[in-house]
Design a binder for this molecule. Structure first.
Ligand code: PLP
Length: 629
């Protein structure tokens, strides 16, 4: 139906320059009803080729007053809170505003992102009595993204950034196969509400085939939050109980029930009232966690302590309070609390306990699914455990909003009705199929494994080089957490330094986020097409930034002493493949017992790093590695 924009817009819109006609031949963007709905309430709109600008104006005065614009916007579909509210929302500000209409509302978002917050090193200031450091004054302006391709993001001036945070673009931003699958399907059939379609059956089969056999029932929905909400409903129906255990610092989504089980969000809600059915257990952290290794203790002893915490929690709920447990929901790699990977035994024991007390186990794979950890398609498979329900969102659609819940037949049988208008629509299924196809065709899982292994080695060398800043480095595949501390001995979290590092990287056109309870952990989850070259660039830049911090903050780095002792770092080899191989050999031949276990593996990998590897070649080499397995 053709519609003039006057009918579609409300009367607050007074100017449109309909000069934009898209390349796809679908006509001007301004005729798109969704687009119009989003812009409704904004006073002045100009649409120019490949760029949309939105400016909020005061309806009465015609001036661009920020306060009145915000007041108006609060009643509109785009929700922007007034400047004086300390908002913890994740969203939303129309990007591309000609003038900012409020301070960025996502400053306290799920992850801290390098987008326009001032940076001061207050605690370092006290500690070292130095002036607050801003690594670069030019890098605190908001990034307004305009396009993306592969592992690169581009702002509106065409500046390219290496994307190390947006794992949602799992197989690479705007992968042509995924884009084309969506476009083609969109021109055939977009909605099949309540009906079957071939693409739906095919997608469900392919997705379910990636999971252990008993996880055989699949529900398709539209976001990770929706998936987790359904998972909780499944658990409650199945167990006829209400209580949920999640981890401290967890985030499982933004729907009502999920906020109640997500301390990351509910802790920041003013006067939030804890729900009696929602419980938390500590994350099994082996660095800066609840338990530290005492003299003579092993990792196995720490695992026991964490399992004991879990059992204590169950006893409090079920014995002391007389309640009944429905589920334990967890992120297999604990990405949101800062990437923590406990030994298998932890999850194996915890699963046993949860089931013993009548609950089921829900693996939230929103961050860790679809091969990100390199070793397995699903994060939970790294622990040889079998959850009753698995949820996944972000990577499934490579940015297209889609999610899934996969569970056992027994659990599903007790659900009763489920319906979703958009869940499982043919466009999403086509996109989802293309994503699965690309993961397999481009061997992205084995690439994540190999690139991740090198990346981890380089990061660990950086940690050794700057022990008074980088306290710990954890991860696997293409998911890493880099924990920033004020000094090695105290392990005190240092969010200000983390921020400086994040902005230092941004100045070098590399984007990472910050996560963790103390906002001191750099989170690295790039698209899966991230290459060895990219890793070198990341590590070299991180090295440079840390070095800059070292001198600026006058941090005594143990590494300087180590270097003057003639100790060399593998990092040099990884970053500078032309450099002397003998250096890393020397280190590998050192008496460092920690290195022994990875020694031969490292040697093999270094062998192959001698030449400069471009991304295509890296991929071919990775395939060869895979064959050697
Ligand atoms: C672990 C985890 N679970 C659930 C969600 C919610 O997903 P969505 O934002 O698609 O609702 C997120 C989002 O960041 C997440 O990281």
């Amino acid at each position: 139906m053709s519609q003039s924009y006057e009918n579609a817009y409300d009367d607050s819109i007074d100017e449109v320059m309909p000069t934009c006609s898209s390349d796809t031949g679908f006509g001007p963007t301004h005729q798109n009803p969704t687009f119009l709905a989003h812009l409704r309430g904004l006073r002045k709109i100009s649409v120019v080729p490949s760029e949309v600008r939105v400016q909020a104006m005061d309806t009465n005065s015609g001036s661009g007053s920020e306060e009145s614009a915000n007041a108006r916007l609060n009643n509109r579909s785009i929700h922007v809170l007034p400047a004086n509210v300390n908002t913890h929302t994740l969203h939303l500000q129309p990007m591309g505003s000609m003038e900012p209409i409020s301070p960025l509302p996502n400053i306290d978002s799920l992850h801290t992102l390098p987008t326009g917050a001032p940076i001061y090193a207050k605690s370092l200031l006290t500690k070292y009595k130095k002036a607050p450091l801003v690594l670069s004054t030019a890098n605190d302006s908001p990034i307004k993204l305009s396009r993306a391709s592969k592992q690169y993001l581009y702002d509106e001036t065409g500046q390219e950034f290496l994307d190390c945070i947006n794992g949602t673009a799992h197989v690479g931003h705007c992968h042509p196969q995924v884009v084309s699958a969506g476009q083609v399907q969109m021109s055939r059939l977009t909605t099949a509400q309540g009906f079957l379609s071939e693409v739906l059956s095919k997608y469900v089969k392919e997705l379910v085939d990636t999971l252990p056999e008993r996880l055989s029932v699949c529900y398709l929905c539209n976001s990770g939050s929706e998936a987790n909400d359904l998972a909780i409903r499944l658990a409650r129906q199945y167990t006829q109980s209400d209580d949920i255990i999640a981890n401290e610092g967890a985030y499982h989504g933004n729907l009502g029930v999920l906020v109640d089980i997500s301390p990351k969000i509910n802790k920041s809600i003013p006067q939030y009232r804890n729900k009696e059915w929602s419980h938390t257990v500590p994350v099994p952290k082996f660095y800066n966690g609840k338990h530290d290794l005492a003299d003579g203790e092993t990792t196995a002893d720490l695992v026991k302590k964490h399992v004991q915490d879990f059992e204590d929690c169950l006893k409090t709920i079920c014995v002391q309070k007389g309640r009944r447990i429905a589920a334990f929901i967890f992120e297999p790699m604990f990405a949101i609390p800062g990437v923590h990977i406990p030994p298998k035994e932890y999850f194996q024991e915890v699963f046993r306990l949860v089931r013993q007390y009548g609950g089921i186990c829900i693996a939230d794979e929103v961050q860790s699914g679809l091969g990100r950890t390199g070793e397995n398609f699903w994060g939970f498979q790294n622990y040889d455990v079998f959850p009753d329900v698995v949820t996944v969102g972000k990577p499934l659609g490579n940015g297209h909003p889609m999610a899934a819940v996969i569970c056992t037949k027994e659990v599903s049988d007790r659900l009763g009705g489920y319906f979703s208008t958009f869940g499982g629509n043919p466009v999403s299924c086509s996109v989802g199929l293309a994503v699965l196809d690309v993961i397999s065709n481009e061997k992205l899982m084995s690439s994540a494994k190999r690139v991740g292994r090198l990346h981890g080695m380089a990061l660990k060398d950086i940690m050794r080089k700057y022990p008074n800043m980088v306290g710990d480095v954890r991860g696997m595949g293409l998911m890493w957490g880099i924990e920033i501390v004020a000094e090695q001995a105290s392990k005190a979290p240092c969010p200000e330094l983390a921020r400086n590092i994040m902005f230092g990287l941004k100045a070098r056109k590399i984007l990472v986020g910050i996560t963790g309870d103390h906002r001191n952990i750099l989170l690295f989850t790039p698209p899966m097409c991230f290459t060895v070259d990219n890793s070198r660039r990341f590590c070299q830049s991180l090295d440079d930034v840390l070095n800059e911090c070292l001198t600026s903050f006058n941090i005594q780095s143990l590494s300087l002493q180590l270097q003057s002792d003639g100790r060399n770092f593998l990092l040099d080899d990884v970053l500078d493949p032309q450099g002397s191989k003998g250096q890393s050999r020397k280190r590998l031949a050192s008496n460092d017992p920690e290195e022994d276990s990875v020694k031969s593996e490292n040697e093999d990998l270094i062998e192959d790093l001698d030449d400069k590897i471009d991304s295509k070649r890296a991929k071919m080499e990775l395939e060869e590695y895979e064959d050697l397995d």
